[in-house]
Design a protein around this ligand. Structure first.
Ligand code: ATP
Length: 266
C-alpha cells in the first residue's frame, strides 16, 4: 500500500507552474527521498501532500484514498506530518511546551505520555533541556525539537523538508541516523533534501526533481552512479579536481554549497 502516491500532479502559483505531471509512490514503511536544487519544487510537493496547496490537476492518494481535496487538518488526522524547512519551532516557548503542541489531534493527545517517552529516548537532549526556551538552543537541537514535535502527532508518514539545512556535518550525520531509527520503528519517511549524497544513501528509493518535473528515479545506488546526478548534484568534477591537486577533504558543507550554486562548469 502506498503512503502517499502522486499521479500526474500539477501545482501552480498563479500562472507559475511549480509541479508538472509529478508521479511518485512511497511504499508504506520505506524511506523515500526527493532531491533537487533550489526552486525545483520540493517544498511545493510536500505542501501539496499536506493539503496546504491544492493541485490544479492529478491526484494524491494515501493508502488508496484520495486526499488532494482535503483541508490540511484532515490530512494530519490521517497521519501525515510535515517538518517544515527552517524548523518553525515556537522560539519563545520551552522545549516541553513545543512538544506538547505537537500532540494536538485527539488520538495523539491520548497517546501523549507514550509519545513523549519515545521522543525523549530518541533525543535525550530534549529531555535534558525540557524547561529551556526553544529559541536559545543550537540549530541542530532545534531541528531535533522540530522532528520530536512532529513525532508527538504519531504520524504514519513523516515528511522532512531539508532537515540538514545549515547544520554542521556531524550534526547532519546524527539527524540522518535518527531518521533511519524512526523509520525502523515503522514510520514511512518522505525526505526532501539538497544534501544529495546523504539522501541517496539513506533512502530505499529516490526521485530527482528539476523545474517541477521528475527527471530520474531509482535506488540510491542507481542514482549515485548516474552521470547526470554525479555532475549536477554530487559535485564529482570538483572532487576530481581536488583529488588531482592536493588531497583535500570533502564534506557535507562543501557538498551543500556546491549543490546550491550548481556549478555551471560541471
Ligand atoms: P528550495 O530548496 O529553495 O526551498 P524547492 O525545491 O523547495 O526550493 P519550491 O519552494 O517548491 O522549491 O519552489 C518551486 C517554485 O515555485 C520556484 O520557482 C519558486 O520560486 C516558486 N514558489 C514557491 N513558493 C511560491 C509562492 N508562495 N509564490 C509564488 N511562487 C512560489
Amino acid at each position: 500500500m502506498s503512503l502517499p502516491e502522486l499521479r500526474e500532479v500539477d501545482v501552480s502559483y498563479g500562472d507559475l507552474p511549480a509541479l508538472r505531471g509529478v508521479s511518485l509512490t512511497a511504499a508504506a514503511g520505506e524511506i523515500l527521498s526527493v532531491v533537487g536544487a533550489n526552486g525545483a519544487g520540493k517544498t511545493t510537493l510536500l505542501r501539496a501532500i499536506s493539503g496546504l496547496l491544492r493541485p490544479q490537476a492529478g491526484e494524491i492518494l494515501l493508502e488508496g484514498a484520495r486526499i488532494h481535496r482535503l483541508p490540511s487538518h484532515a490530512v494530519v488526522e490521517r497521519g501525515v506530518m510535515q517538518v517544515p524547512e527552517g524548523r518553525k519551532i515556537f522560539p519563545g516557548l520551552t522545549v516541553r511546551e513545543n512538544l506538547d503542541l505537537g500532540a494536538y489531534t485527539p488520538p495523539a493527545r491520548s497517546r501523549r505520555r507514550e509519545s513523549l517517552d519515545r521522543v525523549r529516548a530518541l533525543f535525550p537532549v530534549l529531555a535534558e533541556r525540557a524547561g529551556q526556551t526553544a529559541g536559545t538552543m543550537s540549530g541542530g537541537q532545534q531541528q531535533m525539537l522540530a522532528i520530536g514535535r512532529a513525532l508527538m502527532a504519531c504520524p504514519r508518514l513523516l515528511m522532512l523538508d531539508e532537515p540538514s539545512l545549515g547544520l554542521a556535518p556531524m550534526v547532519v550525520q546524527e539527524i540522518f541516523r535518527i531518521i533511519a531509527e524512526i523509520n525502523r520503528a515503522g514510520t514511512t519517511v518522505l525526505l526532501v533534501e539538497q544534501n544529495t549524497r546523504q539522501a541517496l544513501a539513506l533512502a530505499a528509493r529516490s526521485y530527482v526533481l528539476e523545474n517541477g518535473q521528475v527527471v530520474l528515479a531509482g535506488s540510491g545506488r542507481e542514482l549515485s552512479g548516474n552521470e547526470h546526478v554525479k555532475r549536477a548534484y554530487l559535485g564529482m568534477c570538483v572532487w576530481r579536481a581536488a583529488a588531482a591537486g592536493e588531497a583535500s577533504g570533502y564534506d557535507n558543507a562543501v557538498e551543500t554549497t556546491m549543490n546550491r550554486v550548481r556549478l555551471a562548469s560541471c
